[in-house]
Design a protein. Structure first.
Ligand SMILES: [Fe+2]
Length: 243
């Protein structure tokens, strides 16, 4: 499996606070059957100001430790991007090695609020698509407004956005409302990718297998496989896909 959304780099954002915690997350991921992880620290928001060089250095450092530990896992660079006017207007995104997934200049994981739907969301999707970028919108099932206004999800998909849900939403880790919403999305063909959005070895570990089991039960194994392997592989490699 490939996990395209995780906070696994140490001492960077609200992810692991030590290298040991990062390595513990890597071991959990390997045990779960994950072979590739995109590290997506928060960047350019008001709380975390993380630069590309630091992300690349930490990715290299962690890959080195993973290799030394004999784990079958590779970390790739990326970011959970808080969009701002500078990023869009100065066309920085495609020049950055981290602002698109694995620096592939194709897919961009956007940071998305849990409380509201930013009024400019549709303009942002339109603008990014016109720049040749496909936005990935994470964990909309955890958004209060979207839980009440699910129709907006189809609009985002029709405009070309990819919807990524969080594995723990399926298991009730965020409560009943996200769980109900994610199951509704699943049944209505509004889930493209399942990712962990892992933050720690304990509270939010990089585990996808439990969600895969639920998706397999609700839909089928082949669809579950697409959401954690096939589509994430295409996203990692910057290849477009039609569902
Ligand atoms: Fe995240």
């Amino acid at each position: 499996m490939i996990d395209i959304h995780s906070h696994i780099l140490p001492m960077l954002d609200d992810g692991p606070t030590t290298v040991q915690e990062s390595m513990e997350m890597c071991r959990i991921a390997v045990h779960d059957g994950i072979k590739k992880i995109v590290a997506t620290p928060h960047v350019e928001n008001s709380i975390f100001d993380v630069n590309a060089q630091t992300v690349l250095e930490k990715v290299n450092m962690l890959n080195q430790l993973i290799q030394e530990a004999g784990l079958d896992l590779t970390i790739y660079p990326g970011a959970e991007v808080h969009l701002n006017d500078r990023l869009i207007n100065e066309n920085i995104i495609k020049e950055s090695p981290i602002l698109t997934i694995n620096g592939n200049k194709t897919y961009i994981l956007l940071e998305f609020s849990f409380q509201w739907i930013p009024t400019e969301t549709e303009q942002v999707i339109f603008k990014l698509k016109s720049m040749g970028l496909t936005p990935i919108l994470p964990h909309l099932e955890r958004n209060n407004r979207i839980q009440e206004n699910r129709a907006v999800l189809q609009r985002f998909v029709d405009m070309g956005a990819i919807l990524q849900v969080t594995a723990q939403s399926f298991t009730g880790g965020f409560g009943n409302a996200p769980r109900k919403c994610v199951l509704w999305m699943l049944k209505n063909n509004l889930v493209h990718v399942v990712a962990s959005d892992a933050h720690s070895p304990v509270n939010r570990p990089p585990i996808l297998s439990q969600a895969v089991k639920i998706v397999s039960d609700v839909l089928d194994e082949e669809t579950a496989h697409k959401m954690v392997s096939e589509y994430p592989k295409m996203i990692l490699e910057g290849i477009s896909f039609d569902r």
